[in-house]
Design a protein around this ligand. Structure first.
Ligand SMILES: Nc1ncnc2c1ncn2[C@@H]1O[C@H](COP(=O)(O)OP(=O)(O)OP(=O)(O)O)[C@@H](O)[C@H]1O
Length: 258
């Protein structure tokens, strides 16, 4: 059997005397979407940021394709960053308002590329990136404020996929969007995950959405994992009262339509 792409063990994070994540262990198989759910403040984003090493854990280990992420040196970390993408909740805050979409999408190549992608080849690449997320080439010359929330999130997704990462963290990517716009973005993410064979961590408040999109789900309460398993099974037969309450608290979710 292929080993999981990502394995975290004993992850904890403490700010001063407050422990916000306690002894979290999880693994994500290649090609799998793992949902991470829990009420606001339960530590979901903190776990995701530790997996990506955007913040340093107080203790614990993270292995990505067998590599020790938390002990990677600068060069190793730069190589790892290419392999991990992230899309945050707020499509408005994530894009620099002074940059044209062309420059936003070209930035990952400027940081990580070898400089060979230039001129027409770059233009073709950027156009293909936009098309993959359902936008056309005219967007390249425009600024973020000229787009709706859903379009901006598509631009964020295109940028996150620029360097063809294997692992994508989606931190509540549709919770700032209208329901119908969010549903379209969810369908896009589902298509991209399948066509690219991505491995994903999908953070959400919504159990029905997790059931729709995810293979397995991990449930967090006050910094701890309380339940992990098959998404449909947990949504239909939650073992923990806390998970039952999360399900009861989520409004009915209309399945995305094409
Ligand atoms: N830099 C920090 N300093 C101190 N406390 C922090 C810091 N970052 C996060 N926290 C605290 O850690 C806890 C977990 O936060 P986190 O953002 O991981 O939760 P979450 O489950 O992602 O919440 P939400 O669903 O609202 O995004 C919260 O109580 C938060 O206030």
């Amino acid at each position: 059997m292929t080993p999981p792409l990502l394995i975290a063990e004993g992850l904890s994070k403490q700010y001063g005397t407050t422990r916000v994540v306690s002894d979290v262990g999880l693994s994500i198989a290649r090609g799998e979407i793992l949902g991470l759910v829990g009420e606001s403040g339960s530590g979901k984003s903190t776990v995701a940021r530790m997996l990506l090493r955007l913040i340093e854990p107080t203790s614990g280990t993270v292995r990505f394709d067998g590599l020790d992420v938390l002990h990677a040196n600068r060069a190793e970390m730069k190589a790892l960053r290419r392999r991990m993408g992230v899309v945050f909740q707020d499509p408005f805050a994530a894009l620099d308002p002074r940059m044209r979409v062309r420059d936003i999408l070209a930035e990952p190549f400027a940081i990580h590329g070898d400089g060979t992608l230039r001129g027409n080849a770059m233009e073709t690449k950027l156009t293909a990136m936009l098309q993959e997320v359902g936008l056309d080439a005219a967007a390249l010359a425009r600024y973020p404020h000229e787009f709706s929330g859903g379009q901006r999130q598509r631009i964020n997704i295109a940028r996150a996929l620029a360097l063809a990462p294997e692992f994508l963290v989606l931190d509540e990517p549709v919770s700032a969007l209208d329901v119908s716009v969010g549903a379209q973005v969810i369908n896009l993410l589902r298509d991209l995950q399948r066509t690219r064979g991505l491995t994903c961590l999908f953070i959400s408040h919504s159990m029905p959405l997790v059931r729709y999109l995810c293979d397995r789900v991990a449930v967090m309460q006050r910094g701890c994992l309380v339940e992990v398993g098959d998404a449909v099974t947990i949504c239909e037969h939650p073992c923990e009262a806390y998970t039952q309450a999360l399900i009861a608290a989520t409004p009915e979710f209309a399945l995305p339509t094409r």
